[in-house]
Ligand binder design. Structure first.
Ligand code: OGA
Ligand code: MN
Length: 217
């Protein structure tokens, strides 16, 4: 594996932890080391269409494909693949960085690429329901070079379940990282007018409480 030398991200981790403690979310353009963003983008270009599958809603057992809810195709990351491992390593550094600062007890991380074909969207949803899954922190990183305003595909973030007007409208620009508390912020992806690429992931706590429902995958 070609080791990537990651620049020290201490200051960034400080700011992310501060934001999570105050507002519960943050949005940082060019958050990842540029070499890592480029590597992930190059790798995505090489992946074949067949290596993605339609995203489902609900648990595996009752796997439903529902284009009324989301139209993206996904591929889960694994440490076995060097490119995927490089991204997971940075996310692991962020995990320990946040734990050290906030003691959130983040235990592990799962992540997939998402490819939204032109016209695809993801309706408003929460990534976790309080007490029902062990996902606690959501991350999204965008891999769209030269994204033009007006291309749709914005991530809208709402303050709470009652809110009708978003508190944030995020353009899915290359290298932008969004982190938010999974059970706090409803969000949606507006229909994209061109293909839209992202990496969506979740930090989880090691919650062996009985009756836990696995997160959707
Ligand atoms: C998700 C999600 C947002 C985005 O995959 O759960 O909300 O901007 N993604 O891609
Ligand atoms: Mn989501």
């Amino acid at each position: 594996m070609n080791a990537i030398v990651l620049p020290d991200s201490t200051l960034l981790f400080d700011r992310i932890a501060d934001d999570l403690a105050t507002t519960g979310y943050c949005i940082y353009p060019r958050a990842l080391p540029a070499s890592l963003t480029d590597r992930m983008y190059q790798y995505l270009q090489e992946l074949e269409q067949e290596e993605f599958r339609r995203a489902g809603i609900g648990r595996d057992q009752e796997h439903q494909l529902n284009r009324q809810v989301r139209g993206d195709q996904i591929r889960w990351l694994s440490r076995a693949c060097p490119e995927e491992a490089a991204y997971l390593a940075w996310m692991e550094a962020l995990r320990t960085g946040i734990n050290r600062r906030l003691m959130m007890g983040l235990f592990d991380y799962e992540c997939h690429f998402s490819r939204y074909p032109q016209g695809a969207f993801y309706r408003r949803h929460l990534d976790a329901f309080q007490g029902r899954t062990n996902r606690v922190l959501s991350t999204v990183c965008y891999l769209n070079p030269d994204w033009q305003a007006g291309s749709g595909g914005e991530l809208l973030i709402y303050a709470d379940e009652q809110a009708r007007t978003p508190i944030e409208r995020v353009e899915p620009c290359y290298g932008t990282l969004v982190v938010f508390l999974s059970d706090r912020f409803p969000h949606e992806v507006l229909p994209a007018r061109r293909q839209r690429l992202s990496l969506a992931g979740w930090y989880r706590v090691n919650n062996s409480l009985g009756g836990i429902v696995d997160p959707p995958r």
